[in-house]
Write a protein of this length. Sequence first.
Length: 251
Amino acid sequence: MSTLIPDALIASLKTSQALVVLTGAGVSAESGIPTFRDAMEGLWAKYDPAQLATPEAFERDPETVTRWYDWRREKCAVAKPNPAHLALAELQRAVEKEGRSFTLITQNVDRLHQAAGSRSVIELHGTLWVWRCIRCCQEREERQVPFAQYPPKCACGGNLRPGVIWFGESLPEEALNKTYQALEECDLFFAIGTSAVVQPAASFLHVARQHNAKTVEINVASTPVSRLVDWSILGHAGETLPELVRRAYAA
Ligand code: OAD
């Protein structure tokens, strides 16, 4: 796929004082991580995501729900950051070195941004690597793959659930506060590899526009916001982002 990155976008990237980047499943696709909907395959094809990603589903059938999450954890455990993750980490270092602000907000639960070197990542939908006891609410990092039992147990005997946001649950308040503050202050906003339909992330681009930020979308396909952005780049994140960073920062 050929990508055309306009010079005006590169100029804007070089002068922006406050950048906000929102990423979605498309950024991890090139690391081999199935998107939420693609993860309903094979053994899991007969399930609806809403049957597996809700508090009610976990209450009804914790074993099936935790087995599905463990299957996804296994895929994430072997995945490596791809050139899109690495380019975003490089961009953050370059921007912050110049004293400008950079905020990375992700809907992804795989922690590949952090593995690539991104710092202070806002995890809107939580992560598969932290689990929380439904009895005592203690959280702990759970890197063992696969689990020895389903669901895994807390020291207090309660069931552990994944530290992700399920359908019907509110997003973490601290993450949302930081996000809206960054959106109100930003002058350049990127939506990368996200279908722009899942709320509230879908509204972030509108908030940024209301505060006069320039907006950019990078996606392999058109989305509901493609017509609204200043620059819509049709292409793979793993090709487009390294190119963008190279053009902005190569000597
Ligand atoms: P989606 O699976 O809805 O959308 C992925 C987007 O990435 C699509 O628009 C694809 O066209 C695009 N895409 C795929 N490969 C790409 C590539 N190599 N480069 C660029 N773009 C690519 O994922 P999200 O928008 O992240 O919610 O979905 C958000 C949330 O919906 C998920 O976090 C999950 C799900 O329901 C919860 O779990 C609460």
